[in-house]
Design a protein. Structure first.
Length: 554
């Protein structure tokens, strides 16, 4: 079990500062979240320490990487500290069942040494910290006595649909509707033979007895004799509950009614006036209300890649499939860790599609994704397989480089604070080399780019951003000696809503990563400007609104 009580420096010398500062994710009122999106646990949960994490068919995912239960247990142990509360795991994604769940969640319980509770359905949280699920919560207890103890099937037990077990959500009963009260009508000119009306008193009533409805100020205003006199006699009488801006009328003599008690003067609140909201002026002068956007782009991901697509890929590549398969087989022999998820046939087919993209199909695939031409052709098939294959390669964290020969009008569309999204793959270099006749240089802080040197024939230090990557423009530096414009971008993967993205720190690091002398291999030239089409229009996915540009910061 990991030591949660203390953390020492690598070279000794006492305790280290709070290790949670270096953990992925962020603290929540109920525990910890390893997710990039907004956490669910917004209030403390009495059932235990809540951890939100992504789960795939084969294990836990942290920062889009597959992580073993023992490694996740260390991260959770550092997040929990010395707390001995049970672990409530809010899993996002495909939650395993049966023996796979026992291995995953049971292994986590063994490593942590505490109970682990997981729901097999969607979970909601009340304002009192009660967790409810459409399915059931299951609990895994740690096994004692070492690893050689027999495995009991199943290891878990069902807790119920709420946490804490048996908790109920109390809702206040609806307020009883007031019973209708018949007003006593008073007339100014009552016949001599008609009995005098009963006097109406507006004295505040005594507190209502149990089971009775207490009259409010509005009810007393409803019973005002002045209000009902005009309705029954046809005389126009101003209502005290509807004040107007006109001057108050002179007091009218009251009718001579025996026993009549005149109403007491009262104060009526002024009517509520609402000032119409004033639109905040745009801080960018001369900016149109709706910028033109690029259309017809094809948006793909690596999640819709099926076994039928792998069979179709073999036919589409014809003889090249076997050639790429030999390259993949050699790579898998040298890097067995690439087989961490999926069967051998799946891994080979995914990486074959990526090899086809890197060797021949790069330009045609990217042109298809950006222009929408031939959406059902071979290019789209290769693109979906390559996007799937990228997930199996290691990620790059740090600065990457690429240059381009875009026209000045297109380069001028990059402005600091813009947020862009690119539908195609973006190929980059891990080191900056010379780029002849380049008009623009992109220096990008990478989080999700994947290294291609393991499957590249020349083992070049290159990487690729997957389709749909979002970039934030940190700065646009223009050279004083007429050199290429330098655009500094940041990969927005992993940004937390409302969190500090550290753009100023990254900006300094990106500028410091640019070497003063260019040596070595020539830099790759990108055939397009990331996030913009050939006319300088930004790409917008179909689900994103197009009435306002994708820009948040000035």
């Amino acid at each position: 079990m990991p030591d949660r009580g203390r953390t020492t420096r690598a070279g000794g010398g006492g305790r280290l500062e709070d290790p949670r500062r270096y953990l992925p994710g962020a603290a929540t009122p109920a525990g910890w979240s390893f997710l990039a999106e907004r956490p669910l646990a917004s209030v403390p949960v009495p059932a235990g320490f809540v951890v939100e994490i992504a789960v795939g068919p084969t294990g836990f995912l942290v920062a889009d990487r597959l992580v073993a239960p023992a490694a996740v247990a260390k991260l959770i142990a550092w997040a929990k500290g010395v707390s001995q509360r049970p672990l409530v795991l809010l899993a996002r994604g495909t939650v395993p069942t049966g023996s796979a769940a026992d291995m995953l969640f049971g292994g986590l319980a063994d490593s942590l040494g505490c109970a682990v509770l997981v729901a097999d359905g969607p979970v909601s949280l009340t304002s009192h910290g009660i967790l409810r699920t459409a399915g059931v919560f299951r609990q895994w207890h740690p096994r004692g006595g070492g690893r050689l103890q027999p495995v009991v099937t199943p290891r878990h037990r069902v807790i119920g649909a709420t946490l804490p077990p048996g908790a109920t959500v109390h809702r206040p009963p609806p307020a009883p509707s007031p019973e209708p009260v018949a007003p006593q009508a008073l007339t100014d000119t009552a016949p001599a033979t008609q009995a005098a009306p009963a006097p109406v008193s507006l004295t505040p009533p005594a507190p209502a007895a149990p089971g009775l409805v207490a009259l409010t100020a509005a009810d007393h205003a409803l019973l005002d004799p002045e209000r009902w006199t005009g309705r029954w006699t046809g005389q126009t009488v101003s209502s005290p509950t509807r004040p107007t801006a006109a001057a108050p009328a002179a007091p009218r003599p009251q009718p001579a009614v025996p026993g009549y008690v005149p109403p007491r003067p009262r104060t009526v609140d002024s009517p509520i006036t609402r000032t119409p909201a004033t639109a905040v002026p745009d801080r960018i002068a001369g900016r149109p209300e709706a910028e033109p956007v690029a259309s017809n782009a094809i948006w793909i991901s690596g999640t819709d890649w099926t076994a039928d697509d792998r069979t179709t890929l073999r036919r589409a590549l014809n003889g090249r499939y076997d050639m790429y398969a030999r390259i993949v087989a050699r790579t898998l022999a040298e890097e067995p860790g690439l087989r961490a998820a999926g069967t051998s046939a799946e891994v080979v087919a995914d990486l074959v599609a990526l090899c086809a993209y890197d060797a021949v199909e790069r330009d045609t695939v990217n042109k298809t994704l950006r222009t929408g031409q031939r959406p059902d052709g071979r290019e789209t098939l290769v693109a979906r397989g390559a996007a799937r294959g990228l997930r199996r390669l290691p990620a790059v964290l740090g600065p990457v480089f690429v240059a381009g020969r875009d026209t000045p009008p297109v380069i001028g569309r990059y402005r600091a604070g813009d947020e862009l999204i690119e539908p195609a793959f973006v190929d980059v270099d891990l080191t900056r080399g010379p780029a002849d006749n380049a008009t623009v240089e992109f220096v990008i802080w990478s989080v999700t780019a994947r290294r291609l040197d393991r499957i590249s024939p020349d083992n070049a230090a290159t990487a690729v951003f997957p389709p749909g990557t979002r970039f934030a423009v940190l700065a646009v530096d223009r050279s004083e000696d007429g050199g290429p414009v330098r655009v500094l971008l940041r990969d927005r993967a992993g940004d937390r809503p409302g969190g500090d993205s550290g753009s100023e720190r990254l900006l300094d690091r990106l500028r410091g990563a640019v070497p003063s002398e260019l040596t070595g291999r020539p830099q790759r030239l990108l055939a397009f400007a990331p996030g913009l089409d050939e006319h300088g229009r930004r790409f917008v996915p179909p689900e994103a609104p197009t009435s306002r540009p994708l820009r948040r910061r000035a």
